[in-house]
Design a protein. Structure first.
Length: 568
């Protein structure tokens, strides 16, 4: 480590690291970890933690581990382990050869627990979970000692070894730390260190029937990996004394270097969604969404399936910063980040979502013109493409109104619009079915209104996108909105309401019969486009097949975040 380098630009965690480096704490090392539980798919909140842990390590020439906190086999699965690895790599981070599991340390954690019993710092308790809660006390009243608190060391050792051997049923006994039942911090009132749980572990099988609790396993796993800065979210602030207690009471010095320091930061709360893994699992298991990677979900796999890029998510995490106080981040900022990226990168194309046929009666039958259209006005280097124009075209249904309002500037009977990259057309009549529904429009065009023509400079208020009927490619399009109607569905749950009551019934609209310009026939899964006037879209990599394109709308064109920033 070059101590002559100037301190890095600081958030409060980097300020702590700067001070540690200045004082040569941990011999100038910076070693972080990202420790997810493999009991579900990662979400955008985890993306913030990933970017923070790996980012701090990289910025300080340090290391970052990926460690799976696999201490609850009843909820864990190899599927989640694999999905977490995929998500971390997709975001652009590499743990190299430093992937670990808390289960790697089960033997050592057990030996450490025996040491705590021998030193009089832990005991086996027969109270039920409900009784432990009752004995724990409240914020204003101290707890009561367990009647089993003063068992002898020999009896505790015998009972704990028999717990490990499987002699007792689940829930009948636990190993507890002996700390202080009168502590003002409830986490220090003899917390549980081990419980009996018979469930097949995805790595250790049925070898163990006792499993360590997070507050015991986490600090010691950090220590065994020589972690220097253990970065957690704010809800663990009250657990920090227990973190430090475990490190103080257990002698791990022969197996590790230094002592980790726990530092807490504010978790990400994103509007119009929920960030609880339990609730996300509930949405999946109860069929409210179509799996963990449903594009409406705030999971990393859901955002990837919707069409978000890793760069846009890293940009979002960088913009929201690192704070000490919880707050709500508007979904509009995440949407702004992907818009800003795709504005320069995404080719523009014309796709009609709800087609209305238009017959241009004075255009020669059988004639096809190939017109030039720019691929991206924000990036001229992307060039242009040819698009076919013919006698029959599709426009959007919403671009025609039989009885227009004063502020309607699209097509109406006797009215005119300009077709993007083409001509001005005038609506002469509308063909209806027996129920009065409009089937098609009959129009005429101004042959000189195309760019360079005698009347090309003629002004009309409206411009519409379109596609040629004979050349159009059929496509399926999925339009997404916020998963929840309410900005903070968790708040309603505090009042007794079910958070699911705020689910947005219009969060997905599927359009089966859209029409696109013919160039999209060459689109491949994973491609992104801007559909003129409609938003940014992603070719779904799972549901699209050759000749059958499925597009997910990533985000609409309306950027509320940018407008708010401009108004400040």
């Amino acid at each position: 480590m070059n101590t002559n380098n100037p301190p890095l630009p600081t958030n409060f965690i980097q300020a702590i690291i700067n001070d540690d480096l200045k004082n040569n704490k941990n011999n100038g090392r910076v070693h972080t970890r990202f420790p997810p539980e493999p009991n579900g798919y990662l979400h955008i909140g985890h993306a913030k933690a990933i970017c923070l842990n790996f980012g701090l390590a990289a910025a300080n020439q340090g290391l970052c581990n990926l460690r799976f906190d696999d201490t609850n086999p009843s909820k864990e699965d190899v599927e989640y382990v694999e999905s977490i690895q995929t998500d971390v790599k997709w975001l652009g981070f590499d743990w190299e050869d430093r992937m670990f599991y808390t289960s790697d340390y089960f033997e050592r954690l057990y030996e450490y627990a025996l040491g705590l019993i021998k030193s009089g710092d832990a005991y086996v308790c027969n109270l039920s979970a409900q009784e432990i809660r009752e004995f724990r006390g409240t914020l204003t009243s101290p707890g009561q000692d367990s009647p089993y608190r003063n068992r002898s060391v020999e009896e505790n050792l015998d009972l704990f070894q028999r717990m490990k051997a499987g002699e007792f049923p689940d829930g009948s006994r636990v190993l507890r730390a002996k700390i202080d039942m009168a502590s003002p911090n409830l986490n220090m009132r003899d917390p549980v260190l081990y419980r009996i749980l018979r469930a097949t572990h995805h790595r250790t099988g049925d070898k163990w029937c006792i499993y360590p609790m997070y507050d015991y396993a986490h600090p010691l796993s950090d220590a065994l990996e020589s972690i220097t800065h253990s970065i957690c979210t704010l809800e663990f602030a009250d657990h920090r004394p227990l973190y430090d207690w475990a490190l103080e009471k257990v002698d791990y010095s022969r197996e590790a270097e230094g002592q980790p320091q726990q530092i807490e930061f504010a978790r990400l709360n994103l509007s119009h969604t929920v960030m609880s893994k339990r609730k996300l699992r509930e949405l999946v298991m109860q069929g409210y969404v179509d799996g963990w990677d449903d594009p409406r979900m705030p999971t990393i796999s859901g955002l990837r399936r919707r069409g978000y890029t890793p760069e846009s998510i890293r940009d979002f995490c960088d913009r929201i910063g690192v704070a000490k106080r919880d707050s709500m981040v508007d979904m509009a900022l995440l949407e702004h980040c992907i818009r800003e990226e795709l504005n320069l990168q995404a080719p523009r194309v014309m796709v009609v979502l709800r087609p209305l046929r238009v017959v241009i009666e004075n255009y020669p039958e059988g004639q096809v013109e190939w017109l030039e259209a720019e691929n991206n006005p924000e990036n001229p280097a992307m060039g242009s493409r040819p698009i076919p124009f013919s006698r029959e075209i599709y426009i959007e249904q919403e671009d025609f109104m039989e009885n227009p309002s004063k502020k309607f500037f699209r097509l109406s009977l006797g009215g005119e619009i300009r077709l993007k990259n083409a001509y001005i057309i005038k609506c002469e009549s509308a063909v209806k079915d027996e129920n009065g529904a409009i089937l098609e429009l009959r129009c005429t065009y101004d042959p000189d209104s195309r760019s360079g023509g005698a009347t090309s400079g003629r002004k009309v208020k409206g411009t519409s996108h379109w596609v040629s009927v004979d050349h159009a490619i059929k496509a399926k399009v999925r339009l997404y909105e916020h998963l929840f109607s309410d900005e903070n569905p968790d708040e309603n749950e505090e009042g007794g309401a079910d958070y699911k009551s705020e689910l947005n019934r219009n969060s997905i609209t599927v359009l089966e019969d859209c029409r696109s310009e013919p160039g999209l026939a060459a689109a491949e899964p994973g491609n992104r486009f801007q559909f003129l006037r409609q938003g940014y879209f992603f070719v779904d990599p799972f549901d699209s097949k050759e000749g059958e394109l499925v597009f997910n709308r990533i985000v609409s064109l309306r950027d509320t975040w940018a407008k708010v920033q401009k108004s400040k």
